[in-house]
Design a protein around this ligand. Structure first.
Ligand code: NAG
Ligand code: NAG
Ligand code: NAG
Length: 292
């Protein structure tokens, strides 16, 4: 009985000590009033890497926290997860405003950058290992963040999203918006897409984020052409040209499109995969350099 009680106490203590998603207020400049959640694992690494994880339309911080297995990888690898949350536009990210599409100008992008700065300072994070990932509207915003803030992100992974500035000129970026030109596969030349990125931060000559672009071939909400357009864009920006396709990578119905040697730009197209493409945490974290 005594042993049982001791075990019970130890077990309860372990539960009580487990990290959980926390809301953070007052994280800095936040022109559009978005919200911040953070997941700091119990055994956080020294100089931890940071991943910004962006929810889809209609989502929120807690929803996306349970939407992928990234938190359990944070537990085993010691990185920190930031879950931004937008309450605007049916909880879709501001991927269309000139403010988000211009370095240092505002929009949801500026609030997200404040969350990164806050986390780097509060947890002594590694500024050279800050990453961004997201699905659907969050995938669109991943490309926006990589385009507007190239100096902040080492790499990004966009699932079922659209190219940086694809929604520029549209009044909003929701599935209910009358203007679906972008999501239906708006096409530009690689140079035009590249210029949209370069014009978001005129004069910037530093390194650019490495990118992974994922899309289901059977996606009708955000067409797979959107991924081809994003790959044209990053191919131009990074100066990496298409090398080859590898079928069955990482598995089953997926085909990996390699650009250059694949270390800076990779596409993934899922045969028969719809809008809700499953997040492949292993392939994402390997690309980020967090898993070997
Ligand atoms: C988001 O909502 C807040 C509060 O209503 C508003 O001040 C802000 O301008 C909105 N941002 C966008 C991008 O719509
Ligand atoms: C619709 O959105 C696209 C960008 O996605 C933009 O180029 C175009 O001007 C918009 N059209 C209207 C009528 O707002
Ligand atoms: C590579 O694979 C993608 C997705 O299946 C396909 O759209 C593209 O045409 C392929 N490219 C080549 C050169 O085979």
């Amino acid at each position: 009985m005594v042993l049982f009680s001791l075990l019970y106490v130890a077990f309860s203590a372990a539960i009580a000590a487990a990290a959980s998603l926390q809301r953070v207020t007052n994280f800095g400049n936040n022109p559009t009033g978005i919200n911040m959640h953070i997941y700091v694992p119990d055994r956080v690494a020294a100089d931890p890497a940071i991943i910004v994880a962006l929810h889809p339309c209609g989502g929120n911080g807690p929803q996306w926290f349970s939407g992928t297995r990234l938190p359990s990888y944070a537990d085993s690898n010691g990185f920190i997860l930031i879950y931004p949350e937008t309450p605007n536009m049916s909880n879709c990210w501001d991927v269309h405003s000139p403010a988000s599409l211009t370095h240092g100008s505002g929009g949801d992008a500026a609030g997200i950058i404040s969350m990164v700065t806050y986390t780097l300072q509060t947890y002594d994070g590694d500024a050279a290992r800050v990453y961004v990932m997201g699905f659907s509207s969050g995938g669109m915003m991943t490309n926006v963040m990589a385009g507007s803030y190239p100096e902040v992100f080492e790499a990004g992974a966009a699932y079922s999203g659209t190219a940086h500035a694809c929604f520029a000129g549209a009044p909003s970026a929701t599935p209910f918006s009358p203007n679906q030109t972008c999501a239906q596969g708006l096409s530009h030349t690689p140079e035009e897409w590249g210029n949209l990125v370069r014009n978001s931060y005129p004069g910037y000559t530093g390194r650019r984020p490495r990118m992974q672009i994922w899309h289901g071939m059977a996606d009708t909400l955000v067409r797979p052409q959107c991924a081809s357009e994003a790959l044209k864009q990053w191919s131009n920006v990074l100066g990496e040209s298409f090398t080859r396709n590898a079928t069955g990578v990482p598995s089953g119905q997926w085909t990996q499109s390699l650009y250059g040697d694949g270390t800076r730009l990779q596409g993934f197209f899922g045969q028969g995969v719809g809008h809700e493409a499953q997040i492949n945490e292993d392939t994402l974290l390997q690309f980020f350099g967090i898993l070997s």
